[in-house]
Ligand binder design. Structure first.
Ligand code: Q9C
Ligand code: ZN
Length: 372
């Protein structure tokens, strides 16, 4: 079942980004969801698409993101224009680098200053509709998470009644943009503003009526981040938590450069619940699936999750314009199949993937591989 909404998928349209010092078109394009949807709709009745979005209000978003950051995102564009900023949108001029700001930081005086305080790079322009789109993407993801609860309950009952086996767990997909996994609790970057998947994960953990099968506590969640880039945002948000377990396969040689090492294992109660598996550039299908299967066997299964939440990026694709792995379109159904074998109800949340020509085939490959 696919959850989406044109409100988030098409409204946020930055005009440009910078790559290696030159201005290029914006790779995280509003055309991306359309080509994915088109492919999924070409697969007979394999996928059921819904544009139904429930309004969960600000509560679940405020559980993950800091209030001052949310206030900033909401008003930034308007303030930027009032201050004489370019209508293209908000882009930082000065980022408070720790080597500069370590002597104590002054309070940001205006939007131009805040733009650096709340953003860590030049790939998260705030346009007129960015906040609305990001908010809607979070609400779509929450709607899908709520449906995951229902689907998982139904699945449990069917398994008990003998009409289903654990080999075919239910799968849901939130087809959203802007993506989320680089957004930390109070800083945007890397095309990401609100961390859709983290918001859904925290909401699932917070539901008082939902109990884990393994220990009767809150639902146990594994996050499997298969985007090419490390999910620094999701890692930061849950760094001191023992639930969810954050796991990530990503390139160690690429963006966001300063996070993603295997030595980042979590802190406090979260120690041991952050698993980074950096991989070299030019990683192939066989390398990737072998590493994923080992991660599942060593860390995902032993955690005894009730739900798996996948940060679904296909920028691991060999022809992705901003990445460097060698996964092919034949690799994606194998990845989906490995995730199916966990045997746990799964919510896929769209993150990166910038080869527009093969985007539908590659995302569809993972979902179809999961469906078996
Ligand atoms: N040479 C996601 O995939 N620019 N974000 C990187 C790399 C930003 C990627 C330049 C890439 C952000 C969700
Ligand atoms: Zn990515």
């Amino acid at each position: 079942k696919v959850f989406t909404s044109t409100l988030c998928t098409t409204m946020h349209t930055p005009a440009f980004e910078f790559l290696s010092g030159s201005e290029t078109h914006f790779y995280e394009s509003p055309d991306r969801p359309g080509v994915i949807l088109k492919y999924l709709e070409s697969q007979g009745d394999a996928f059921e698409v819904t544009e139904r979005v429930e309004d969960f209000g600000p509560g679940p978003i405020e559980r993950v993101h800091k209030q001052d950051f949310l206030d900033y995102l909401k008003t930034a564009y308007e303030e930027w224009i009032e201050e004489g900023g370019h209508p293209n949108g908000v882009l930082p001029g000065t980022i408070p680098h720790y080597k500069v700001a370590r002597l104590g930081k002054l309070k940001a005086a205006n939007c131009l200053a805040k733009s650096g305080e709340y953003c860590f790079d030049l790939s998260a322009v705030i346009t007129k509709d960015t906040f609305k789109a990001a908010w809607n993407a979070a609400q779509v993801t929450l709607t899908a998470a709520k449906d995951l609860v229902r689907a998982a309950d139904e699945f449990e009952q069917s398994v008990e009644a003998g009409s289903a086996t654990r080999k075919n767990p239910p799968g849901l997909y939130a087809l959203v943009r802007p993506p989320g996994h680089h957004a930390q609790s109070d800083i945007c970057g890397g095309y990401c503003y609100l961390n859709n998947l983290a918001i859904a994960a925290q909401w699932l953990i917070d539901q008082p009526g939902l109990k884990s099968k393994a220990d009767g506590g809150p639902k146990r969640i594994v996050i499997l981040d298969i985007d090419f880039h490390h999910g620094n945002g999701t890692q930061e948000i849950f760094y001191t938590a023992a639930n969810p377990l954050y796991t990530s396969l990503h390139s160690i040689d690429d963006y966001p450069y300063f996070t993603g090492s295997a030595l980042e294992k979590g802190e406090g109660e979260g120690l041991g619940f952050n698993i980074n598996i950096p991989m070299p550039q030019a990683t192939t299908n066989d390398d990737y699936v072998e590493t994923l299967d080992k991660l599942i066997k060593d860390h995902v299964i032993p955690f005894k999750p009730d739900y798996v939440l996948v940060s679904l990026g296909v920028d691991t694709y060999k022809d992705d314009p901003i990445a460097g792995f060698l996964v092919t379109s034949e690799g994606y159904p194998r990845i989906g199949n490995s995730i199916r074998k966990i045997g746990v109800p799964t919510l896929f949340v769209q993150e990166g993937g910038y080869c527009i020509e093969k985007l539908g085939l590659n995302v569809g490959g993972i979902l179809l591989g999961y469906m078996g």
